[in-house]
Structure formats: structure tokens, C-alpha cells
Design a protein around this ligand. Structure first.
Ligand code: RIB
Length: 296
């Protein structure tokens, strides 16, 4: 058996404060909630955990603050066997996401970046970690300058760069140039327009309708397995982390694996909590041979 892929995630980690309610409030409206839970999240941490649960060896580069959430945020990484040696602790509060989930499993999210906004430097050890990885996986919940510096260094050292440009922000041309694979939500793809044309591999995620790929290997569509949706929070992160872990298998297999991971993540409440492991994904696909950790 060959080595599992090495994935470095450069991104955010948040404490998610999750309220469930029958219907999300309209502007100015107050509604009663049906439940509350606190779950570690953040697009970076969720994707790191997803890649790990899909069999990759994962290192996380990010920042937590110094507050009551810090121990729990560190713990979720170590409990998930995500390398956290490069996780820094910076003064002030940790990232927090306030999330409302309705009966249909749809959500509204406000992210207060906290420590994630202070992830402004990559030191020599961070850069060496990136250079030694197969894949650098980034999102946009930390400063774009840091993402750009990480992507540039990755590209210069032959590390594949996967970007999930979420939450949507305007990206500098110098960042687009460094991207090998973009994973974009269908509702947001129009916002990037022609910039996506210069990215070699583009994946458009379509929720329950699966995902589309276009790249040197042609175009393809992958349907999503049908599941009972409880909470879509973090489903896109489960998809993207699983995709990174399976990327070496080629777009077709990676997409099938990622669609199954995203679907399973929507069946449970709580972002990092709902991320499936390789066994559950292979079971849903009814094909253990697709497991990216099994042969490389
Ligand atoms: O993608 C879901 C994530 O977005 C949540 O975990 C929340 O922290 C926000 O970053």
C-alpha cells in the first residue's frame, strides 16, 4: 500500500453557536428556537477534519484566540487526528459563527473572524509544511494575502493548490494564477465569472443535485446520493475535504467520493460533528475500493 496523501489546510477555525428553529426569522422578526448547541466549525477546520476522515494525513495552519472556546477548538483537531502543531494562539477572541438552522435543514450564518483575521503571517515552518505536502487546501475565512502567499509557495514547490473561494470575496489576479482546482458553490459561481476560466480544474457544487467538473479530463456530472437532510451546514466543507483526500484518484472518482461525503454530512446537525468517515462514505457508495486511503 502506498502512502496516504498529505493535505495541508490553511484556513479558519470557529466555534459554531447553532440555534435550530422551525422558520428562520425575517428582518426585524423574533422567533422561538427549538434547540441550541455549540459545535467546533470553521471552513478550514471542517475541511481538515473531512480530509482526515477520508484517509489523508492532514496538518492545519490557522489561529485560535485566548478565550473560553480555545481549549475545545484545539481539542477537536487533536481528537480528529489533524496535526495542530502549527496552530497559533493569538490575543483576543476566537472565530465565532452564529448559525440558524430551520426545519428544512437550510441555514443562515454570520461569521465573526476573531483570531482568523489575525492569521497574517506564514513563518518558515509553515512554508516548509506547505512545500512538503501533496495538496494545499484553502478557503477565504482568513486574510487573502495569507492565502495568496501560501498558494504561491505551494505552486513553487509542486504542491497542488485547491481553493474553495468561500465566503465569496473579490480575489486578486495573482491568487487566481496559483490555483490548480477551484471548488465553487453553484449559487456563487457567477460572481467569479471569467476568472474561473483560467483555473485548470473547476468543480461546481450543486447541493442535492451533485457536482459538475470541467478540466483537461473533459466535463462530467456526478449526482449526489439521496439522503434525508437535517442540516446543510458544513456539507460543502465535507465535500471539499473529501475531494482533497481523493484527488489523486482522478476527477471522476474524487467527485463521487466527495458527493457522498457532502450528502452524509447533511444528515446530522453540526458542521464538524456531521463529517463522515471513509467507512460510511464507501458504504453509501457501495464500493469500498473507492476509499482514497486504501491504495495510492
Ligand atoms: O461552512 C460551514 C462553516 O461556515 C461553519 O462551520 C461556520 O463556522 C462557518 O465558517
Amino acid at each position: 500500500m502506498k502512502q496516504p496523501p498529505k493535505v495541508v489546510v490553511l484556513g479558519s477555525i470557529n466555534m459554531d453557536l447553532v440555534c435550530t428553529t422551525e422558520q428562520r426569522p425575517e428582518p426585524g422578526e423574533t422567533v422561538l428556537g427549538t434547540g441550541f448547541t455549540m459545535v467546533p466549525g470553521g471552513k478550514g477546520a471542517n475541511q481538515a477534519i473531512a480530509a482526515r476522515r477520508s484517509g489523508a494525513v492532514v496538518e492545519f495552519l490557522g489561529a485560535v484566540g485566548r478565550d473560553l472556546f480555545t481549549p475545545r477548538l484545539r481539542q477537536v483537531l487533536t481528537d480528529s487526528e489533524v496535526g495542530a502543531a502549527r496552530l497559533r494562539s493569538v490575543p483576543g477572541s476566537s472565530g465565532v459563527a452564529t448559525i440558524v438552522v430551520d426545519n428544512g435543514g437550510e441555514n443562515s450564518i454570520i461569521v465573526t473572524p476573531g483570531a482568523n483575521a489575525r492569521m497574517t503571517e506564514l513563518d518558515e515552518a509553515d512554508l516548509a509544511t506547505i512545500a512538503g505536502a501533496d495538496i494545499l487546501l484553502c478557503q477565504l475565512e482568513i486574510p487573502i494575502e495569507t492565502v495568496t502567499a501560501g498558494a504561491r509557495h505551494a505552486r513553487a514547490h509542486g504542491t497542488t493548490v485547491i481553493l474553495n473561494p468561500s465566503p465569496v470575496r473579490e480575489l486578486p489576479a495573482e491568487l487566481w494564477r496559483e490555483i490548480d482546482v477551484a471548488v465553487v458553490n453553484s449559487g456563487e459561481a457567477d460572481r467569479f465569472d471569467a476568472a474561473l476560466d483560467q483555473v485548470p480544474h473547476v468543480i461546481i457544487t450543486r447541493g442535492a443535485d451533485g457536482a459538475d467538473y470541467r478540466g483537461p479530463d473533459g466535463d462530467l456530472h456526478c449526482p449526489s446520493p439521496k439522503v434525508r437532510v437535517v442540516d446543510t451546514t458544513g456539507a460543502g466543507d465535507a465535500f471539499t475535504g473529501a475531494l482533497a483526500a481523493a484527488w489523486h484518484r482522478g476527477p471522476e472518482q474524487a467527485l463521487a467520493w466527495a458527493c457522498a461525503a457532502g450528502a452524509l454530512a447533511a444528515t446530522e446537525l453540526g458542521a464538524s460533528k456531521s463529517i463522515p468517515d471513509a467507512g460510511s462514505i464507501a458504504e453509501l457508495l457501495d464500493d469500498p475500493a473507492l476509499n482514497p486511503g486504501s491504495d495510492r
